[in-house]
Design a protein around this ligand. Structure first.
Ligand code: PGA
Length: 236
């Protein structure tokens, strides 16, 4: 199965450094073939500038967040309709930084998931154990209330233990396997589950052997270190 390799830039990079990164990674992808899908989640402001690069290569674009409101008077928010024409295929929703710093709730995250799926954007729903079950239940309720049937393959879950994010304290493979099982039990056996939290060139292979992919923050920022990880994938 094709693995998902997601680079989450958070609030890093500007247009020039973003284009430099993309052409380095593009250069690598042109000459090598990896059995993986590379997804880049830049800040919103860089999406249009990266569009052309994403069109030409195997790099696909994601957003790091999506409004829980549909189109309308919501100053500062970006909804799915605002993304039309930008080639966005995925949306990270419910990242713990957004829950912690911007007080996002299970309900809001479920609304984001619903709006993303409706717009043909695949949501990547970030979870940690304390809210794993409640969040999955809210997502299911949201679709049920709207009488919309959602397939297992329409969503991706990312197990992102808060203690592992940006800390260098990546979670053990054993624990990740256990939580992947919990997510599939709670949501559906065929849903994709990836791991995020201090993923780097040293630990990447282990996570790819037990999940459907990885969400990489810090180690994705520099093209060199990101390409190093792609090379590991190519050689395994
Ligand atoms: P990190 O971030 O790789 O820097 O730990 C991962 C994430 O926040 O998704």
């Amino acid at each position: 199965m094709t693995k998902l390799i997601i680079a989450n830039w958070k609030s890093n990079h500007n247009l020039q450094t973003a284009k430099d990164w993309a052409s380095s990674v593009e250069g690598y992808l042109d000459s090598f073939r990896i059995n993986a899908k590379v997804v880049l989640a830049p800040p919103y402001s860089l999406l249009a500038g990266l569009r052309r690069i994403a069109d030409r290569t195997l790099i696909e674009l994601a957003v790091q967040n999506l409004s829980h409101q549909a189109v309308g008077s919501y100053t500062g928010e970006v909804c799915s309709q605002n993304l039309e024409g930008l080639g966005v295929r995925y949306a990270i929703v419910g990242h713990s930084e957004r829950r912690r710093l911007f007080s996002e709730t299970d309900e809001q995250v479920a609304q984001k998931v619903f709006l993303a799926v409706n717009a043909g954007i695949k949501p990547i729903i970030c979870l940690d154990e304390p809210y794993l079950e409640s969040q999955i239940q809210k997502v299911k309720d949201q679709f049920l209330e709207n009488q919309v049937i959602i397939e297992d393959q329409d969503v991706i879950f990312a197990y992102e233990p808060i203690s592992a994010i940006g800390s260098g304290q990546n979670e053990s493979g054993e624990k990740v396997s256990q939580v992947v099982g919990l997510i599939r039990e709670a949501y559906g056996a065929r849903c994709s589950v990836i791991y995020g939290g201090s993923v780097n060139a040293e630990n990447l292979s282990e996570y790819l052997s037990i999940t459907d992919g990885v969400l990489i923050g810090g180690a994705s920022l520099q093209a060199d270190s990101f390409i190093q990880m792609l090379m590991i994938i190519e050689n395994t």
